[in-house]
Design a protein around this ligand. Structure first.
Ligand SMILES: CC(=O)CC(=O)SCCNC(=O)CCNC(=O)[C@H](O)C(C)(C)COP(=O)(O)OP(=O)(O)OC[C@H]1O[C@@H](n2cnc3c(N)ncnc32)[C@H](O)[C@@H]1OP(=O)(O)O
Ligand SMILES: NC(=O)C1=CN([C@@H]2O[C@H](COP(=O)(O)OP(=O)(O)OC[C@H]3O[C@@H](n4cnc5c(N)ncnc54)[C@H](OP(=O)(O)O)[C@@H]3O)[C@@H](O)[C@H]2O)C=CC1
Length: 290
C-alpha cells in the first residue's frame, strides 16, 4: 500500500504530479536542487488549487488539507520515507542517471522508483538504478491536473508487482492508463512530437508565420492549442530532447530536429518557462517572435 510519494524535480511536471497525488490523499515530498525552485513550485501548486476553489471544484478546506500533505526540501535524504519516488527532472539521460545514483542509496530497499521521462529508454534508465525490477515509466501529460491520460511503460526487468502498484496508483488519481512498449518516446510523443517538429519546419521554411500556423491547426484541425503554442508550453528543451531520442533511437531522417528548434534552445528561448520561445510571454499578452 503506497502512502508516501517522493517527487524529484519541482518543475511543471513534478509540481503537477505532487498536486494530484496530494489531492488524492497521499503524503508528498518534493526534492529539487534549490529551495527557491521548491518555493516557486509550491506557490504554483497553491495557485492551481486556489483556481479550483474559485471554480467550485474544491472547497477551501480541501485546498488547505491538500497543501498540508506536501512538503519540499533540497535534501535528497528527505526522500527516505517514500514508498514510491517519481523522478520528473530535466529530460537529459545523464542528469537522470546521476539522480538515481544519489537517490537509490537513500530509498527503502522495497520502495518503487519511476520516471516521468517523455522519451528515454526505461530499460537503460533502470540499469542505472539498484532496483530494475521495481523501476518503470509513469508518464503523465501536461498540465497534469487537467489531462486524463498516463502512459505506463515497463522496462525489460520490471516485475508484475511494480506494474500493478503503478496501475493502482494512477487509478487512485482518477486518470486513465495506456500501456506503451519501451520504444523511443512511447505512444503520445512518438506521434505528437513529429507533428510539432513539422510545424517548426513549416515556420522555418516560411510556409506560414507563427500566428498562421497556430491558427491553422486550432481552427482547421480543432486542436486546443496551436503546435507552436504547445511546443512553448511543453518546453523547447524538452521538445528537442524528445526529437533527438527519436532521431537517434529510430535512425530515420524523418525525425531530424528542425534547425530552428535547435537555435531557439541554444538561445535559451525555452518557451513559457523562460519567458520566450515561439511567443514572447514577457508582456501582457503573448506576442509571436516570428
Ligand atoms: C511532452 C510530453 O511528454 C507529453 C505531454 O504532456 S504532451 C502535451 C499534452 N498536453 C496537451 O496537448 C495540452 C493541449 N492543450 C489543452 O488541452 C488546453 O489548451 C488546456 C487544457 C491546457 C487549457 O484549456 P483551455 O480551455 O484552453 O483553457 P482554460 O479554460 O484556461 O483551462 C481549462 C481548465 O484547465 C485548467 N488549466 C489550464 N492550464 C493549467 C495548468 N497549467 N495547470 C493546471 N490547470 C490548468 C484551468 O484552470 C481550467 O480549469 P477549469 O475547467 O476548472 O476552469
Ligand atoms: N513538459 C512537458 O510537457 C512534459 C514533460 N515530461 C517529462 O517530465 C520531466 C520534467 O519535465 P518538466 O517538468 O517539463 O521540466 P522543467 O524544466 O519544468 O523541470 C525540471 C526540474 O528538474 C530540476 N532538476 C534538474 N536537475 C536536477 C537534479 N539533479 N536533481 C533534482 N532536480 C533537478 C530542475 O531544476 P533547475 O531548473 O534548477 O535545473 C527543474 O526544477 C522530463 O523528463 C520531461 O521530459 C513529461 C510529460 C510532459
Amino acid at each position: 500500500m503506497l502512502k508516501n510519494i517522493g517527487i524529484i524535480g519541482a518543475g511543471q511536471m513534478g509540481c503537477g504530479i505532487a498536486h494530484v497525488s496530494a489531492a488524492a490523499g497521499y503524503r508528498v515530498h518534493i526534492y529539487d536542487l534549490s529551495q527557491d525552485r521548491i518555493e516557486s513550485g509550491l506557490a504554483t501548486i497553491n495557485g492551481n488549487l486556489a483556481r479550483l476553489v474559485t471554480n467550485g471544484k474544491m472547497t477551501d478546506e480541501e485546498r488547505k488539507a491538500t497543501l498540508s500533505r506536501i512538503s519540499g526540501s533540497a535534501d535528497v535524504n528527505d526522500l527516505a520515507p517514500s514508498d514510491l519516488v517519481i523522478e520528473a527532472a530535466t529530460e537529459d539521460e545523464s542528469v537522470k542517471r546521476k539522480i538515481y545514483s544519489q537517490v537509490c542509496p537513500v530509498m527503502k530497499p522495497e520502495a518503487l522508483l519511476a520516471t516521468n521521462t517523455s522519451s528515454l529508454s526505461i530499460t537503460r534508465l533502470a540499469a542505472a538504478t539498484d532496483r530494475a525490477e521495481r523501476f518503470m515509466g509513469i508518464h503523465f501529460m501536461n498540465p497534469v491536473p487537467v489531462m486524463k491520460l498516463v502512459e505506463l511503460v515497463r522496462g525489460i526487468a520490471t516485475d508484475e508487482k511494480t506494474f500493478t502498484a503503478a496501475k493502482e496508483f494512477v487509478g487512485s488519481l482518477e486518470k486513465t492508463v495506456t500501456v506503451a512498449e519501451d520504444f523511443p518516446a512511447f505512444i503520445v510523443n512518438r506521434i505528437l512530437l513529429p507533428m510539432i517538429n513539422e510545424a517548426i519546419y513549416t515556420l522555418y521554411e516560411g510556409v506560414g508565420t507563427v500566428d498562421a500556423i497556430d491558427t491553422a491547426m486550432k481552427l482547421g484541425a480543432n486542436h486546443p492549442m496551436g503546435p507552436l503554442q504547445l511546443a512553448d508550453f511543453i518546453g523547447l528543451d524538452t521538445c528537442l530532447s524528445i526529437m533527438q531520442v527519436l532521431h537517434d533511437g529510430l535512425a530515420d531522417s524523418k525525425y531530424r530536429p528542425c534547425p530552428l528548434l535547435v537555435k531557439y534552445v541554444e538561445a535559451g528561448w525555452l518557451g513559457r518557462k523562460s519567458g520566450r520561445g515561439f511567443y514572447d510571454y514577457r508582456g501582457e499578452v503573448p506576442v509571436p517572435t516570428r
